[in-house]
Design a protein around this ligand. Structure first.
Ligand SMILES: *Cc1c(COP(=O)(O)O)cnc(C)c1O
Length: 360
């Protein structure tokens, strides 16, 4: 069925293109490009009606199953503008492979990865003028799948929409790659083993909001999540994976069912190893981190994710106590990872891992 997935092209009428926001007013995820990618799935027909079309609203039945039972999965990746205005995607196939893992867990249909990457490249090329210039700016890409069959009944839907929308974004944190203040949650949890925390499904983010709002009110940027059973092992921070440099080791919690397997995490591990850094994937408790901070062996803490790439942590707040990390400054390894990853993503730096895909 996938073999005939021709992509139709419906362009916005000339003269009706949107005005592009100026470089200093991009924000994150608030402006959207002129076109989107869209296709439908039904149990009888498989994927069909594949097209690049004007960015538009959907008309959905109030009984559409996504509203009631939450079958919704998504991805996040970016297109970057490099020298000579070349455009690049970072590991796009890996994002769509991960989306297929999410689809499997949520009983949703698989997408044809190669064809969707091809469609994405065509879409980015069509919208090339939307890819912003400047360090830290990029075109954020949001592939999404939702259940649209209008039936009240708890079972996998028989009809789905898949779409890709895109948004020009500035640097994720207004402060740039500066250390963030993190609230360690020892009461609310994000995910349990056997649940859905290891896939990118919408409900995970709804579930995280309550604690995130409390952390924000207390003056913290993000929440550090601990394991659901013992509230002691570190899982991840906000929507990023987390790393600790203790002594000569770079430590990150292992993937094991409750943590999202970030592509940035995977890239950080590969890059750091290639520099001779000892990277260890193992369980680490919040008590070990606090102890390492007290005895001076904790050098750096940082999060990794597509949105911010690397976000250094300057302060942890745990059980009513504040712990300042590395004097609240960005560590050497964090800074090096941030600049090298950004350089690879924008095609400015050699790419020994073949992560970068050129558009056009
Ligand atoms: C998307 C996401 C990440 C980071 O994944 P990347 O592929 O590096 O962007 C980490 N944790 C959660 C919960 C996420 O949703």
């Amino acid at each position: 069925m996938w073999e005939n997935l021709e992509i139709a092209l419906e362009k916005v009428e000339a003269g009706k293109l949107k005005e592009k926001p100026s470089a200093d007013k991009l924000g994150f995820g608030v402006h959207f490009t002129d076109h989107m990618y869209f296709m439908k799935w039904s149990r009888e027909e498989g994927w069909h009606d594949s097209k690049i079309c004007p960015y538009q609203s959907f008309n959905l039945d109030p009984a559409a199953m996504v509203f009631h039972y939450g079958q919704a999965i998504f991805e996040g990746l970016k297109a970057y503008r490099g020298e000579d205005n070349q455009l690049f995607l970072f590991r796009p196939s890996d994002n769509f492979e991960r989306m297929n893992n999410s689809a499997l867990r949520m009983c949703m249909p698989r997408i044809p990865v190669e064809k969707v990457v091809k469609a994405l490249k065509a879409l980015v090329y069509l919208e090339k003028d939307w890819v912003p210039e400047g360090e830290g700016s990029s075109l954020y890409i949001r592939p999404t799948m939702i259940a649209v069959e209008p039936v009240l009944g708890v079972r996998p839907a028989n009809e789905y929409y898949f779409f890709i929308i895109m948004s020009p974004v500035g640097a994720y944190y207004a402060e740039g790659c500066n250390p963030t203040k993190i609230y360690v949650s020892d009461e609310y949890v994000r995910s349990v083993k056997g649940g859905v925390g290891h896939v990118k499904t919408a409900g995970n983010y709804a579930a995280s909001l309550y604690m995130s709002e409390m952390a924000k009110k207390a003056g913290y940027t993000q929440v550090l999540w601990l394991d659901a059973c013992e509230h002691k092992y570190i899982e991840e921070v906000g929507t990023s994976n987390i790393f600790f440099k203790i002594g000569d080791e770079l430590i990150t919690p292992p993937l094991g069912g409750s943590i999202l397997g970030g592509l940035t995490r995977n890239s950080v591990i590969a890059l750091a190893k290639s520099w001779g850094v000892e990277v260890v994937e193992r369980q680490i408790t919040i008590d070990e981190v606090v102890a390492a901070n007290s005895n001076g062996t904790l050098q750096e803490v940082f999060g990794s994710g597509t949105a911010a790439v690397i976000s250094p942590v300057g302060e942890l707040f745990y059980k009513q106590k504040s712990y300042i990390i590395n004097g609240g400054k960005t560590g050497e390894l964090s800074a090096r990872l941030f600049s090298e990853l950004q350089a690879i993503q924008a095609g400015r730096q050699e790419d020994p891992f073949k992560w970068v895909v050129r558009v056009g």
